[in-house]
Structure formats: C-alpha cells, structure tokens
Design a protein around this ligand. Structure first.
Ligand code: FAD
Length: 401
C-alpha cells in the first residue's frame, strides 16, 4: 500500500504545494507506488483570483490536469466537507455528486479564503463582488447588460464598498470598463465608500500615487462612512446618505475557509490556523496548512503572511515539501519569505509598485503598470506542463531571475 499525501484546495498554495511535494519525491527516487499525492478541488483549474477585477474574468483560470499529470499527482474533483484528524481521513462531495472518503498520512490544507459578508441588509441579494470566478463573471455580465437600460444617473453609477487593495483595483478599472459598455459620452460615476480613509490600509508611502490616480480617473471617495443597507436601486450610508446606483460591489474583508476550524480551535480573527515554523497546524497531528488558511510568520521581525497570492505560492512550496519530508522522516524546512512587494493596479493611470513592509514606492504610473502586467500574466501562473520545469518551480528556495 502506498503512503498518501492529500492536498485539499487547488489554488495558489495547493498547486505550488503539489509541485513541491512531487519535487521532493522525485529527488528521493520515490514513485506513486511508494507515495501517492492527491489534490482535491472542485475544478481542475487554478482560478487567478488576483485578476478578477479585470474585464473578461471567464478567461482568468489555468488548466491543471496536464501539469498534475506531468508530475504524477492525482486529481480528484470535489469539495471536502469533513476532515477527521483523528482517523486521518476526509469526506468529500465529488463534483459529479457522489460521496467519497479519502485516507491520508499527511494532509496539506490550502482551501484559501472567501469574501466576508457582514449582515448588512440587502448585501446578499443585491451586491456583486470579484471574490470568486463565478462572482466576477456575474458582475461582468451585469455591467454588459447596463447598456440595455435607460440612460439614468443610477444606471451610470457604481458604488464600490471597501477602499482597500481590492476595492481600489476594482474602482480604478471601472471608468474604462463602463465607458466601453455605455459609450465614451456617458456621464459615469464611480464612488468608493469606506468606513475609514480610502487606501489608508496601504500606508503613507503609496498614498500620494493612489490619490493622484483616483483624482485623474474621476473616482469619488466617500471616506468615514460605512454602508448601512443595499437595495436593488442603490445604497444608504451609515450617515443616512442615499446613493442611487444600479451596481454595488462589495470588497470589504476576507475570512479563511471554514475547513480551518475543523483542524484547529486556535484561529486568528481572520479564521486562519496557527502554524509552527514548518507550517504544521498547531494541535493537529500530520496536518500542514498554507496560503490564506494559515497564519505564518514570514521573518524574525514579527511580520505575518498576508492573505495574498505571493505568500500563498511560497507557503505552498514549503507546505508541500514539508508534508512529504515529514512522511519520509527527512528534516522539514522553516518557512521564510523575506522579500515582500505589492503592486496595486490603478486602472488607466497605471499602477504603484512598492517593496518592503513599509511599502517604499519603486515604480508608478506606466512603469508600475508594466510590472503589474508581468505579475498578472507570468509570475502568478503555474509553470508549463514540462516535468523538469514544473519540479524546479516547486523548489521552496525558488526565486525569479
Ligand atoms: C480581486 C482580488 C485581487 C487580488 N489581488 C491580489 C494581488 O494583487 N496580489 C496578491 O498577492 N494577492 C491578491 N489577492 C489575494 C489572492 O488571490 C489570495 O490571497 C490567494 O488566492 C490565496 O491563495 P490560496 O491558495 O490560499 O487560496 P485560493 O486561491 O482561494 O484557493 C483555494 C482553493 O481551494 C479550493 N477549495 C475551497 N474549499 C474547498 C473544499 N472544501 N474542498 C476542496 N477544495 C476547496 C478552491 O476551489 C480553490 O481552488 C487578490 C484577491 C482578489 C479576490
């Protein structure tokens, strides 16, 4: 009987986890007859969540089966409903509706995160989002359908709730998207609403670039005001202001996958599990976690990984490597990710690229946009299904260049 490594979740952490697991098995001369690696996810494709604010979201995924085949990782299409850490098995609902139980010797949990929707009246029924592929496709179709509606201020107005990273990327992309749908002459209005100051969470350094971009694109900022309710015709803010809008997009807040709570009772406010330096879930034998479900220290300065794909990819590599290393009795590696950068897309203005936890601005406008394009079309995509290249991409010490 082969030993079993089970990876739950086919996002950034899961895919790079699979590459790293396969790489270490290859290095150790092990075959699937010795150790079988299985990846479970609803869809055999990596959904490129960081691009879901862009037009044509239906194109934002990368097929996984050729890649997994090349590295000898089995794919099971389904959604895990229950993890039993005592029995070392998971129950899943297969995509074809069947029920399946899979045993494991080591589990890597990489089920990511979802948009947090607080109990604001009307949010569930009337707000769009760009959180998951289906959400972004629904928004895109809605925007395309606006052209068929009578030309009113409400039709031409979009309220984006949440002035953080995602809200800023959505809001600054919208003027161009709306003009394409409604025509160059339409009097469009994009309003970014935040309980605090728009963009404040990104720190003081990129702020001037963000404000310049918002102003040049005509995006209105309504800081210091939450949204109290949403209906089919718009929103009412906490201060009682009514904004008529045919489109409301919620971007505020993320929460880790609910499976995190099945493997640990030690969760942070975002619902992430505590992990040891080698990404082992505290209190759960034989379970590792990576990506948005894990609260992991990146360095000795007290910086924790953010819910970001750059952290998910790196953590995934360490998690996949360590799950296999632990199974084979090899030393595990402490997760470290000393380089941290952000690249915030700001629509037609360009983008702002920063480095370091204090977000020192390195590139702005068109130069920033070139970097963002490279990140969004190359860096965050899985490698081609070439075995040597794919295994190399799973190296926990991998760096570009
Ligand atoms: C609009 C937007 C813009 C963003 N921009 C950036 C950016 O510029 N830079 C950046 O670094 N990050 C960005 N992010 C964040 C980034 O997308 C996430 O941090 C990243 O996707 C996390 O990777 P992950 O592998 O942990 O989880 P995910 O990518 O969420 O993958 C989770 C996987 O688990 C699967 N899954 C979930 N539940 C189950 C289950 N029960 N059983 C089996 N499988 C399951 C899902 O289908 C999915 O395949 C952005 C996110 C959004 C939404």
């Amino acid at each position: 009987m082969s030993k079993k490594v089970l990876i739950v979740g086919g996002g950034f952490a899961g895919v790079w986890g699979a590459l790293a697991a396969a790489r270490l098995l290859d290095q150790q001369g092990k075959t699937p007859a010795d150790v079988e690696v299985t990846l479970v996810s609803p869809d055999p494709a990596l959904h490129i969540r960081p691009r879901l604010y862009e037009p044509a979201p239906e194109t934002m995924s990368a097929p996984l089966l050729p890649l997994l085949d090349t590295i000898g990782v089995r794919f099971v299409a389904g959604s895990v409903a229950q993890i039993r850490t005592g029995a070392q098995e998971v129950d899943l609902i297969a995509t074809d509706g069947g029920k399946l139980r899979l045993p494991y010797d080591r589990l890597l949990l990489t089920t990511g995160s979802k948009l947090f929707r607080p109990p604001v009246p009307g949010l569930e029924e009337h707000a769009f989002s760009v959180d998951q592929l289906a959400d972004a496709i629904a928004l895109d179709r809605h925007l395309a359908g606006l052209a068929a509606l009578p030309d009113t201020p409400a039709r031409n107005t979009v309220v984006v709730v949440g002035g953080g990273f995602t809200g800023l990327e959505v809001a600054t992309e919208l003027p161009l998207r709306l003009r394409k749908v409604l025509g160059a002459g339409a009097k469009i209005s994009v309003i970014l609403v935040d309980t605090g100051e728009v963009g404040a969470g990104l720190g003081v350094n990129p702020r001037p670039a963000i404000l310049e971009a918002l102003e040049s694109l005509g995006v209105q900022c309504l800081g210091g005001s939450g949204v109290a309710s949403i209906d089919a015709g718009g929103v009412v803010t906490a201060s009682g202001q009514r904004i008529d809008a045919a489109t409301v997009i919620w971007t505020a807040g993320m929460r880790a996958s609910s499976l995190a709570a099945q493997v640990s009772s030690s969760l942070d406010p975002l619902g992430r599990v505590e992990v040891t330096p080698d990404l082992r879930v505290v209190g759960a034998d034989h379970v590792f976690a990576a990506g948005d479900v894990a609260r992991a220290l990146t360095d000795d300065q007290g910086h924790y990984a953010l819910m970001s794909c750059q952290h998910a990819i790196f953590m995934g590599r360490f998690g996949g490597h360590n799950a296999v290393a632990d199974l084979l009795g090899l030393p595990t590696l402490a997760y470290r990710q000393l380089f941290y950068a952000t690249c915030l897309d700001l629509g037609e203005w360009g983008a702002v690229y920063t480095e370091g936890w204090d977000r020192q601005v390195k590139l702005t406008a068109a130069a920033g946009k070139d970097r963002k394009r490279e990140i969004n079309t190359v860096w965050i995509y899985p490698p081609a299904p070439d075995r040597a290249a794919a295994l190399a991409a799973g190296d926990p010490m991998f760096t570009f260049g």
